[in-house]
Design a protein around this ligand. Structure first.
Ligand SMILES: [Zn+2]
Length: 274
């Protein structure tokens, strides 16, 4: 599933062609949404915004298009009238004079008014956005100390969008490795230094991934590995999807485990259990 950085990049691509533009034609292929096509056609897009793993398009007529891609959904931007070569099913199309924004395969699509947006079951539960510039590491540290979260294992906390929005499976492994913390640990058992390090890593790694197009390794290491001829998939992460490979910090073999029914990767030396 795409994580915050991927969704933010998709929203930015959409914003480049939709922000402040009139959508001359809007179409939905699901019968329950058919009626909204004519309602939205002719309106102007105010902005496209990423919220957690959802994309919200704001229209100047007071309506919002909410879409959550789940596993398979994907937005494409094309010159108007061109379609991508894909076997996916078209769900929504927004056509400006010059471009088409096309949403494929996502089934979690809603058109909302102001109140519907404010009370949306997914959006209303989102924690602070790791990628939002106004979120400070101290906000994340406060979240970690909150009794609602402090007693939970980091492995489960770091997949919960209510704790911090925009983090998913690869970021979970990479953040906990960067902070040197074992995923079975709980915030309430961590000292001040570890909590601060974890809060900082949460923002640093997530924002790095947005900036680099999904690379969580530090820039210098990623560049070095790239120069050695490694593929994007191989130089991308420090631990994620590197089971059996040596840790870049200590040479210990990276271990793959399952936590929260998702795979997680860690270095048993750099991330001791207690
Ligand atoms: Zn290590």
């Amino acid at each position: 599933m795409p994580e915050g950085p991927e969704i933010w990049r998709a929203a930015a691509r959409l914003g480049e062609v939709l922000d402040d533009r009139v959508v001359e034609a809007v179409e939905f292929t699901q019968p329950r949404l058919h009626n909204y096509g004519p309602v939205l056609s002719g309106s102007r897009v105010r902005r496209v915004e990423a919220r957690g793993k959802a994309v919200v398009t704001h229209f100047d007529n007071g309506l919002y298009l909410y879409s959550h891609n789940q596993l398979y959904g994907r937005w494409y931007v094309r010159k108007r009238g061109q379609l991508p070569a894909t076997a996916r099913t078209l769900r929504a199309a927004l056509h400006t004079a010059a471009h088409s924004a096309l949403l494929y395969s996502a089934s979690d699509i809603e058109v909302l008014d102001e109140a519907g947006l404010a009370h949306h079951s997914y959006l209303a539960r989102l924690g602070p956005e790791a990628l939002a510039q106004n979120v400070h590491w101290r906000d994340i540290a406060a979240r970690l100390r909150d009794p609602a979260f402090a007693g939970r294992r980091l492995s489960s906390l770091y997949l919960d969008q209510h704790f911090v929005a925009g983090i998913g499976n690869y970021l979970r492994s990479e953040i906990l490795f960067d902070a040197g913390l074992h995923p079975a640990r709980r915030p309430r058992d961590l000292g001040r230094g570890d909590l601060g390090a974890l809060a900082r890593s949460t923002l640093v790694i997530t924002r790095r991934s947005l900036r680099t197009g999904g690379v969580t390794n530090p820039d210098a290491r990623a560049s070095k590995l790239k120069r050695q001829g490694l593929s994007y998939g191989a130089y991308r992460h420090a631990v994620f999807a590197r089971a059996g490979e040596p840790c870049y910090a200590c040479d210990t073999a990276i271990r793959r485990e399952t936590m929260g029914s998702r795979r997680i990767y860690l270095c048993p030396t750099c991330q001791p259990e207690a």
